[in-house]
Design a protein around this ligand. Sequence first.
Ligand SMILES: [Zn+2]
Length: 438
Amino acid sequence: MTIADRLGKDSAELLSELIRFNTTNPPGDELACARYLTDWLAERGLTTEVVEFAPNRASGMAYLAGDTDEKPLLVMGHLDVVPVGDLSKWTRDPFGGEIADGCVWGRGAIDCKGVLVAQAVALAEMARNGETTGRPVRLLATADEEVGGSLGIAWLLDNRPEWTDCWLCVTEGGGDIFSFGEQKFAGFMVGEKGQLQVSFTAKGKQGHASLPPKEIAAYTLGEVLRRLEQLPPRYRLMDSNRSLLDLLIPDLNIETAADWEGIFQMIEATLPGATIFVKALYTDTISPTMLQASSKINILPGEAKLTCDCRLLPGTEPGELLGVFKELVSDLPVEVLDEGSHPASLSTVDSPAVNTIRRLLEQWEPGTKLVPTLCQAATDSRQMRWAGYDSYGYVPFPASHDPLRTKQRVHGIDERIELDTLTAMTTRTLDYIRELRK
Ligand SMILES: [Zn+2]
């Protein structure tokens, strides 16, 4: 049996075991899963600890000593999973952890127990070989990521700062290999967009619908919607998002909004359906999602309310966009309120980690380029970045692993991971941990 075969077999078995713990969040119930994983690592020579922060809820830690006093490399994944959705649509038990048809099946197989297993098996291999040269390495198995991480990574940053203190962190997000014409590339997530939840409340005159007055709140809200739709897109090119366009478009030169539209048309022509994803990396987005007015057909409401979910690029402060909205409707009887917001998060783009992984990717998948980029969604990385650490989203998927298939399976029906993908993730995680420790 080759080393890769052995690591692949260990990964599949450990992943199958972890999937059997139902860590659907809410409520999470990560304790038993955290204990199983840390016991598994302790048996293989790592120092481990579990912290139960609430009944039946826990995060876990494993530590591999190094021989320098430099800060540890942190690798991180989460224990909790999202609900299974419509159970009747699943081909196999989402918490069965079955190994069948060349896959490990179940909720969390990719997001994020598969990622955690690749990290854990890599660390166990290093402990087995007595690899103590270089930085220490710490693994965090966090609770609560799927509902925002306030009891998981954020709790650890406050209550176990010795667990989170690190040189840099590598966790989920990124790493899928995409093809674009002749180009092949993988994203290295250096930042995540922020969010502004904003409400617009239009004032009108409440009354009987049979006697409509001049001041009708819904018409005013309609005007707000029309103005929002016509706001020009806030495109922006930065260090954290320009590598992808540099790769896709030779002689990139953007000066006007029309240049941006030309670029997106070109991308859509080569990769139909890709523009919606790509566009979101270059602009703040504004999505009107909730409308509320009267609850009865014959009552004209005194107020009509619109709520928008806006996602912000690094550099856009929530308060700045709020100011744009207030200005936009300043002549209307409309109140604009921040209903919840946080800024984007960003790590050092030009990091030694990027260069190390770029070099490794060239060995693993010759010709595939690594592009630092942003993530539209949120992971535990953002809390690490807000606390001042560099945190990166990268999972070393092989080229054989279809990224669009992953998109359907993660948080979807029949989540599963191919055994050869899992083996490659583990051996490549071992490679990058070894290199980043140096
Ligand atoms: Zn995840």
